[in-house]
Design a protein around this ligand. Sequence first.
Ligand code: ZN
Length: 219
Amino acid sequence: MRKLKNLFENNKRWAARTTEANPEFFKILSMQQNPEYLWIGCSDSRVPANQIVDLLPGELFVHRNVANVVVHTDHNCLSVMQYAVEVLKVKHIMVVGHYGCGGVQAVLNNAKFGFIDNWLRHVGDVKEKHLAQLNTMDEQQRLSRLIELNVIEQVRNVCRTNIVQDAWDKGQELTIHGWVYGLENGHLHDLSSVVTCADEESDVYNKAVTQVFATAGCG
Ligand code: ZN
């Protein structure tokens, strides 16, 4: 398996199918990309960005990391955001968590996996911040709610980057969204965490953190 032949065969079939459906597809796409959306999601293999929102290559700019965290010192994530907002001029950024997230679960269980624990510490901070609310819930609800709260906090972090603030200052049309994907049924849930300008950010955040969406076993 030095060459992963099966994946190259898959690739050939996919390219042939795609070309059959639209002979110009790759030719046109190779010349430019014009996505309207930046998706910031979890690395989990069950949450493939383009497939979930049924968009073709070229339509979605993507950054993924474990537990969909946006940190103001993460040059990787910030570079993706800066290029997406300032060069590609995407109109929407969505932070997308998912129910059953193993990264968030690890935080709730105080599980230790090594180096990654440092990264998940950011989710641990979200847990501590909202501990009073989480402590009123049973185990399943607590996981789903922390997954939601983590998205809400990351939406706030996106809004507070100088990239998004500068775009809004310049009058650029840019909306930030917070969503959670259900592994059990493939549906996206909108957390009503929608911010279209700097003035809205605090109100949207305050409403979202107090409004509980999570239901036990939410899928
Ligand atoms: Zn995850």
